[in-house]
Design a binder for this molecule. Structure first.
Ligand SMILES: C[S@@+](CC[C@H](N)C(=O)[O-])C[C@H]1O[C@@H](n2cnc3c(N)ncnc32)[C@H](O)[C@@H]1O
Length: 290
């Protein structure tokens, strides 16, 4: 199945406004959206919407949303190649160590050392090979928090490849719900759950934010881990508070160093207190408690 990336470029403030409008417009569809810096010096930010096979419909809907914006940027599109680029590039990547975890592809099973917890990841088209500072920061934080608190019931929101859900289930016998807004990611997540033989502990579901009956059924959680971006995390703060047990732990990542204070402030307003922050490659992973 081919994917099309529909994207547009704009200065930061406008790009964020467009991202917010598109997020509202596509909330029910489960389409993946992203916003990233294309050129920091020239203040160029890029907003992307990933369409599966209905790219022209999605493009028409983006155009309709952009009508609300004077001098809206043009929508460009690129058909993403059928090649499984993440898995392809994994062949050239080394296994990654984060705390006691070793995250590796099938070709590096032999690198596991005694005492390490191996997580085999076939990343497919989902994010999360352990090579990104947000993932490795989350893995280290998970090891610390789970070691101290022994949670029984965890949610990995924005699971991508399921790397963090697998890590949780391998650390302790706990029930883990792994969710992602993107159905391609949850397909990959499900494969990795099987590959790591943790299917009796980890359930995977496609869900935007907290909108899924299984989340409602399992709440409140002892631990929630969410490696998404700062803005959606700030928006989710009230819902996080509603879904976490009193004295439960929250691990947040996908946050740039300069966004750290704003995220902590959004969560403090919901009764959370900051416990500790880890910094990895310009990204921070924050542990908070309620
Ligand atoms: C940076 S990746 C993290 C993947 C993995 N958890 C890791 O740590 O490597 C973020 C993931 O969150 C998902 N995501 C973004 N916004 C979401 C939302 N509102 N609800 C659920 N998933 C979301 C994306 O589709 C993506 O797979």
């Amino acid at each position: 199945m081919s994917h099309t990336r529909l994207y547009l470029q704009a200065p930061r403030a406008l790009a964020v406004r467009i991202y917010d409008l598109l997020e509202q417009a596509f909330e029910e569809d489960g389409l993946a959206l992203s916003i990233c810096v294309a050129d920091e010096a020239d203040d160029v930010h890029e907003v992307s919407v990933y369409a599966l096979d209905q790219a022209s419909d999605v493009k028409a809907r983006i155009s309709a949303v952009l009508k609300a914006i004077p001098q809206a940027p043009e929508i460009a599109e690129e058909v993403l190649p059928e090649i499984d680029w993440v898995a392809h590039s994994l062949q050239g990547l080394h296994a990654v160590r984060a705390g006691r975890f070793l995250v590796h592809g099938a070709h590096e099973r032999h690198r596991r050392r005694p005492g390490e917890i191996a997580i085999e990841i076939d990343a497919g088209m989902a994010f999360g090979t352990g090579h990104h500072g947000t993932t490795s920061g989350c893995l280290e934080m998970i090891e610390r928090v789970v070691g101290r608190e022994n949670p029984r019931n965890a949610l990995d929101l924005g699971t991508g490849s399921a790397v963090l859900a697998v890590a949780l289930a391998k650390l302790r016998p706990m029930a883990v719900l792994a969710t992602d807004i993107d159905a391609t990611a949850t397909g990959v997540a499900q494969q990795n759950v099987r590959l790591n033989a943790v299917f009796n502990r980890v359930r995977v579901a496609t869900a935007p934010g907290f909108h899924h009956p299984e989340i409602a059924r399992r709440r409140p959680f002892d631990l929630i881990v969410a490696n998404i971006l700062a803005r959606p995390l700030m928006r989710l703060a009230p819902a996080m508070a509603r879904h976490l047990k009193h004295d439960g732990s929250l691990i947040l990542s996908g946050i740039l160093e300069r966004q750290r204070r704003a995220v902590i402030a959004a969560y403090s307003g919901q009764g959370f207190r900051h416990v500790t922050t880890l910094s990895r490659e310009g990204w921070v992973t924050i542990h908070m408690k309620r």
